[in-house]
Ligand binder design. Structure first.
Ligand code: 5GP
Ligand code: ZN
Length: 113
């Protein structure tokens, strides 16, 4: 997608603090962190959000979660962490490229805002 910032990060055309990448996925630090650890995990494929992932690509959803779990270990989040997917306007999604937020390093509250 030409105008998508996360596609540009995935292509190396925009700078980001990338902490994991493989053939399908990329993880990088959020520009405006909401916790001591705040990482975004994205598929390289441009899907506008959770609802846009086709049925034949659902395995990628599992991989996104699995990378969150692996990164949580690597980043020392043994006390716990939160994985969030904001979806659509009511969900608070602001970037139209599917991403998982991995948040940790402080106690989280519930309900979220
Ligand atoms: P959303 O609100 O869509 O769930 O989350 C979008 C996230 O992307 C926000 O936490 C925001 O700080 C982050 N973000 C927006 N633009 C950039 C950017 O150019 N680089 C990085 N690393 N994060 C970004
Ligand atoms: Zn994109």
């Amino acid at each position: 997608m030409a105008d998508c910032i996360f596609c540009k990060i995935a292509a190396g055309e925009l700078p980001a603090d990338v902490i994991h990448q493989d053939a399908d996925l990329l993880a990088f630090r959020d520009l405006n962190p909401q916790a001591p650890v705040h990482v975004l995990v994205i598929p390289r494929t441009h899907w506008s959000g959770l609802d846009a992932v086709p049925a034949d690509a659902e395995a990628t959803l599992g991989r996104l979660l699995a990378v969150c779990r692996t990164l949580a270990v690597r980043l020392g989040l043994s006390a716990g962490y939160r994985v969030v997917v904001n979806s659509g306007a009511d969900g608070g999604q602001t970037v139209g490229h599917l991403h998982l937020h991995l948040l940790g390093g402080r106690g989280m509250t519930w309900p979220p805002g």
